[in-house]
Design a protein around this ligand. Structure first.
Ligand SMILES: [Ca+2]
Ligand SMILES: [Ca+2]
Length: 292
């Protein structure tokens, strides 16, 4: 379970691929980890399918203890915080679209509301994967946090709904080394391009583009420049070992089952095969025994 959670964390921390369902929105994240004091620019995409939308309503939520918008200024009354860093995406700008409202409400600084109230005959002249917004955050911390939200309304020029209400979610922040190790473990074979049973920094970065040399070094305990399964298992901690076993933390090198999920899993696999062969042999033996 933890493995799966860690994988989810990383998958969402990596730049997200385009969604293929009309009506979906998603966040494209930078290929670097967030840093306190460094602008962190997130791009919001929207897939309108083949339709040219005319009406849009969506919102995003984020934790202001971890993420703050780069700049906010109150305008009008009641105060509405309009953020210049909520820049329109390239494709919207190219289409000459200036009527998208993106507001950062003063009464709820952890929310961005995005609205485009159109009407029949007032459709945007664009479709497909649209760059909606570029949102500049200033990370206050690098702990993993989520940006969530949803599209509630997306309609075409005939006011036909495009897709269904869709959830928007991404996790950003730097996972602990043991979570990183678990994700490397899960993608080990795919990342080991040259099949030498060790992962170089470049190979690991095909899996986790944001992984830094320092994070790599934290797992490369023998400083060989390559990560072996044993090193990654060691960095992954006891999470991968049997939850009910309780033996992982106390394992030493002298133990018949060295610390690591793979080795223990191999043992279980061997045990299952042993039992299966035993059962098969019993069945065969019984079949060969004449009925009396
Ligand atoms: Ca390799
Ligand atoms: Ca090594």
């Amino acid at each position: 379970m933890r493995n799966a959670m860690a994988t989810m964390l990383l998958l969402s921390a990596a730049p997200l691929l385009a969604q293929d369902q009309p009506g979906e929105a998603w966040l494209e994240l930078p290929e670097v980890w967030p840093e306190v004091g460094q602008a962190y620019v997130v791009n919001l995409h929207l897939n309108t399918g083949a339709q040219e939308p005319d009406t849009l309503q969506m919102h995003l939520n984020f934790d202001t203890a971890v993420l703050q918008l780069a700049f906010s200024a109150a305008t009008g009354f009641p105060p509405v915080f309009t953020n210049p860093d909520l820049a329109l995406g390239g494709s919207l700008t190219a289409a000459g679209t200036t009527d998208l409202q993106a507001v950062h409400p003063g009464e709820n600084p952890g929310q961005i509301n995005i609205l485009r109230a159109g009407g029949s005959g007032d459709a945007w002249d664009l479709s497909g994967d649209i760059d909606m917004l570029q949102i500049t955050f200033h990370p206050q911390s690098t702990v993993p946090t989520q940006i969530t939200g949803e599209i509630t309304v997306l309609r075409d020029a005939s006011l036909v709904e495009i897709g269904a209400p869709a959830v928007i979610a991404a996790t950003i922040g730097i996972p602990p080394i043991e979570d990183l190790a678990e994700d490397i473990l899960a993608g080990f074979d795919a990342a080991d391009a040259n099949g030498d049973d060790a992962l170089t920094l470049a190979e690991v970065q095909t899996l986790i583009p944001q992984l830094t040399a320092d994070q790599f070094a934290a797992i490369d305990s023998d400083t060989s420049g390559g990560l072996s399964l044993a090193e990654i298992n060691g960095a992954a901690g006891p999470a991968g070992e049997g939850e009910g076993e309780g033996e992982g933390d106390n394992n030493t090198n002298g133990c018949p089952f060295p610390k690591g999920a793979t080795t223990f899993a191999d043992f279980l696999n061997w045990l299952a095969q042993f039992l299966f062969i035993g059962m098969a042999a019993t069945v065969l033996w019984k079949r060969r025994t004449p009925l009396s």
